[in-house]
Structure formats: C-alpha cells, structure tokens
Design a binder for this molecule. Structure first.
Ligand code: NAD
Length: 512
C-alpha cells in the first residue's frame, strides 16, 4: 500500500522544494542543485533541500556572530525559558516529526517517536541546567583575596550530525549550547536533510514568538564540503561532530590545526559479554534488539557477543530461533521489527562485509541477503545475519553499519574483557551476569574501557541524563547529561584582591 505522510510534512512546514540555509526565520535561496531526499522505506522522493553556497555560509556566520552578542547577555534562566518553549513545540509535533524521522531515515516509527522524546527530555534537562551552570570557589593563599571560577559562553558552535539520529543529536548539542549562551550552526547529514529543515521550522517559530534576533539557530546543508567550511573557520570555536571515525579524524585534524575545540562522537564496535550466570530470558531480547534495532545502524548497536563456552551452543540456538521470528519491512508498520538500511551504498557495504566474513573463515549461522519484491522496492531491506568469527579479523575490528552480529566464545572473564576491549573503538559495552564479582570486575579499572558500560541491559538505548560518548577512536567526546555542558563554555578563573597590599603568589618578593 502507498505510504502517505503528506499531512505530517505539512505540519512540519515542509514543501516539495525547501531552502536549505537559514538563520532562524530567514531562509536564503540560490540556483545550486538541491539535494533530493529519497525514502529508504519505499524509494519515493520525499522532497528537495537547497545546498548552502560559500557566500550564504558567510552570511550565516555573520548573523550568528551578531546574535551571540545579544544572546550571551540574556540571563541563562531566560535562555532556559526559550528551550522550555522549544520542548513544548516538540511535544505538539512529536508524531509528525517521529514519522518523518522514520520515513526519511528508515528506523521504526516507535524509534522515531523515541528520538523526538529524547529531544524533549534534553530540553527539560537544559531548562534545569540553565540555573545550575555552577563554577567552584577556592580559598586563596593570599590574605584578603578571593578566588572563584565562572563559565562563559564560547560563541558560535558548529554541529555536524550523522544520518542515523537525524534530529536527536542536534538537540543534545543545541539545547545545552543555547542555555550556555552559545549560538549554533547545524549541518545535518546530506542523507536526512528534511529532518533538518523540519527542526529549524520548529525552533524558528519559538524565536519569532519571543522576538529574538536571527542567528541563534542556523541551518546549513550539503555534503562534507559544507561541513569543512565550519571546521576550517576560526570564528567557530567548537565543532561538535557525530559520524564515522574516518570523518572524525579529518575533522579533528582540521579543527586542531587552528587550535579550535572539537567534540567527537564517532563509531562503535560494541560487545555484550554473556556470562555463565546470565539470565538468558533477559539476554535474548537485549542481544536481538541491540543487533537488529535500527537495522544495525546505531552507534551503540551490538556488533559482538562474547559468550561463555558452557552456554555457547544454547545461546547460539536461541539466537537463531529469535532471528527466525524477525519481521522485516516497512518501519512505519508497527508489526515490523526491522526497517531498511539508509541507501544502496550501505547495502553494498553490508554485502561486501558478509563476503569478507566468509573469506576470513567465518561460519555464517544466519545467512544475510537482500529482500526483493513487493514492499521491498527501495532495494534497501536486508536480512540480519549472524556469523561465528574471531575478534582479531580485520572485518570484525571494523564497524560495519548494518545488522551483522559476530559471536565468539570465552573461558575466563579476563579473556572476555580482553576480547571486549580488543578493538580500536570504545563506545558501549555490557555484561549479562548475576555474579557480583563479575559485575564489579567488568566495571572496575581492569574492566571495560568504553565510555558506556552496562550491567544486565544491552549496549544500545542510552538515557539523556548520563554523559554520552566513547573512548579511543570513538573520539573521547561527551554529550547530553551529567557535566557534558562544560564543553560548550569557556572557564575563567578570577582572583580578587580586596586588601591594600599586593602580595604575590608563592610568596615571591618584588620590592620597588
Ligand atoms: P559520516 O561520517 O559519513 O557523516 C557524518 C557527517 O559528517 C555528515 O553530516 C557528513 O556530511 C559530515 N562529514 C563527512 N566528512 C566530513 C568532513 N571531512 N568535514 C566535515 N564534515 C564531514 O557518518 P554517517 O554515515 O552519517 O553516520 C554513521 C556513523 O556515525 C557511524 O560510524 C556511527 O557509529 C556514527 N555515529 C556515532 C554516534 C556517537 O554518538 N558516537 C552517534 C551516531 C552515529
């Protein structure tokens, strides 16, 4: 049956052809060929989005710089009030935006709604944070002196995001950056540009209703070349970039060359350790959702299972049976568990990875393949696959952004932890155990080396309250909860002398 989301597109202010560059309520047009956004769900053209020109980028940065002068003097709780109103608008548009996320990106409607809920949650978090941008006070070593630190906004924050979380990653960054007093320029993925325009339309309404200047929330569109305009630009003190390790290395180098700050959220290669004492009833849904949810296109997707040898065969059989129950198809149909991959390139990468697994000597226990025929016209629907593999193989070391799960055996927990940590990525990890010693070892200094380490839940599906991010080639950045806000601000240490003498620190004498 034909999928019709025209009403949702209308609710989100989307047209057939949309401008791609905005400083808030003002949109810029040009003659450059727009990006066509096709849905991986049914292959249909959803709409087009304009590509930003270098001149338009220049205008955007200037508007942002101008807005920053006003925004930084707006009291933080008042900035929080704007973010509160933004959260309210997101609540009103949750269904429409969730559906667009599902249709443009291909994740299930439930996950699309979940993504918008994350945006709402981070807005709530940011509102509270707007009254808690605390610094410390220190006791000075000098008499009649006082020391304290305060956090000031940085300026223009550049946000580069990936296709797989086309709206939430922007909100994680922007809701915090705004309450911190920064202004933002967002370059969404060229694979999900309509999600970007839809979000910009929502915040633009809030900015207009509050008579705020153009430039607080800016949108630019295009491929990596447009992203590079920001990474090379000394007027953008912080670039927050989410995407592949390949991209992150280039961004880090470019921003590093000008000694700017970058916040990197890159690829993962996440594993679950299934111990002897694991509750298998809980393991199966955790493993399967982690591996096939979002068609294996989450940075936290479960890619490796490290299973104790005593229950290896049992878990393997249960997994094979669970995979037989999976329904793959239109993600807007809530009966289906798994939607499509994002595009044809991604399907080719998936197929090439399966070939490589076989060539490396892998034993494929659940075969992959591409679906054809009715309901699969986009050519992007693939079968989630499972292979027995060795952790050291190049293909296993690499993140393939598709539903391919590698399973392997272990004898001792030390060995399992070594396997889990034996990859270049360090994003998410989990252990399934009812043994307190195993749990504590996994979470100790000798345990998981990842930014996220879970017990008795899977690797994916983080909450916004914690700091999100990973170590090693995942990039080291942290976003969202805890004290992740500090990266969006500059810290200043202040020393005040309220006496009549000028004693020097460390007791240094300097007599004139
Ligand atoms: P990608 O690296 O292809 O693109 C991500 C973004 O970077 C896009 O907007 C792209 O235009 C831009 N970009 C690419 N090269 C650039 C350059 N040289 N300069 C500036 N910008 C550039 O990634 P993708 O395929 O969209 O997303 C999938 C990847 O993202 C996976 O590796 C996944 O693990 C990762 N990811 C990580 C997190 C996290 O929080 N750690 C979250 C989501 C996705």
């Amino acid at each position: 049956s034909q999928i019709d989301i025209s009403q949702d597109l209308k609710t989100l202010g989307l047209k057939e052809i949309n401008h791609g560059t905005s400083t808030g309520n003002q949109w810029m047009e040009n003659d450059v060929d727009p990006i066509s956004s096709h849905s991986p769900v049914d292959g249909a053209l959803i709409g087009k989005v304009g590509v930003t020109t270098p001149e338009q980028y220049e205008q955007t940065v200037q508007a942002a710089q101008k807005a920053f002068k006003e925004w930084r003097t707006t009291p933080a709780p008042k900035r929080g009030e704007i973010v509160r109103q933004f959260g309210e608008k997101l609540r009103e548009k949750k269904e429409a935006l969730g559906k667009l996320v599902s249709y443009e990106m291909g994740k299930s409607y439930q996950e699309g709604l979940g993504e918008v809920q994350e945006m709402i949650d981070i807005c709530d978090f940011a509102v509270g944070l707007s009254r808690q941008l605390h610094g410390l006070t220190m006791h000075s070593e000098r008499p009649n002196h006082r020391m304290y630190e305060q956090y000031h906004p940085l300026g223009v924050v550049g946000i580069i995001s990936a296709f797989n979380f086309p709206v939430a990653v922007w909100a994680w960054n922007t809701a915090l950056a705004w309450v911190c007093g920064d202004v933002c320029i967002w370059k969404p993925s060229e694979k999900t540009p309509l999600c970007g325009v839809a979000c910009q339309n929502i915040i633009a309404e809030v900015l207009a209703e509050n008579n705020l200047p153009e430039g607080i929330s800016c949108l630019i569109n295009g491929d990596y070349k447009i992203g590079e305009l920001m990474t090379q630009d000394g007027r953008v003190p912080l670039v927050s970039a989410t995407g592949s390790i390949r991209m992150g290395k280039i961004v880090a180098e470019t921003v590093g060359k000008r000694l700017g700050k970058s916040l990197l959220e890159l690829g993962g290669n996440n594993a679950i350790i299934i111990t002897e004492s694991a509750d298998l009833e809980m393991c199966i849904p955790a493993m399967v959702f982690g591996a096939v949810g979002t068609c294996g296109q989450r940075c936290t997707s479960t890619r490796r299972l490290i299973i104790h040898e005593s229950l290896y065969d049992k878990v393997k059989n249960q997994l094979v049976n669970a995979y037989k129950q999976l329904r793959i198809g239109n993600p807007l149909d809530e009966k289906n568990h798994v939607g499509p991959l994002i595009d044809q390139d991604s399907v080719n990468t998936y197929l090439a990875a399966l070939e490589k697994v076989k060539a490396s000597g892998g034993n494929v226990i659940v075969e992959g393949g591409v679906f054809e025929g009715e309901g699969y016209e986009s050519g992007c629907y693939v079968k989630p696959a499972i292979a027995e593999a060795d952790n050291s193989w190049e293909i296993v070391q690499h993140e393939t952004f598709a539903p391919i799960l590698y399973i392997m055996k272990y004898k001792t927990l030390d060995e399992a932890i070594e396997i889990q940590n034996g990859v270049v990525q360090g994003l998410s990890s989990a252990i399934m155990t009812n043994n307190m010693r195993e749990m504590e070892l996994f979470l100790s200094t000798q345990g998981s080396d990842c930014g996220i380490a879970n017990v008795n839940i899977g690797t994916s599906g983080a909450e916004i309250g914690g700091a999100f991010g990973g170590e090693k080639e995942t990039g080291g950045g942290r976003e969202s909860g805890s004290d992740a806000w500090k990266v969006y601000m500059r810290r200043q240490t202040n020393t005040i002398n309220y006496g009549n003498d000028l004693p020097l620190a460390q007791g240094i004498k300097f007599d004139l």
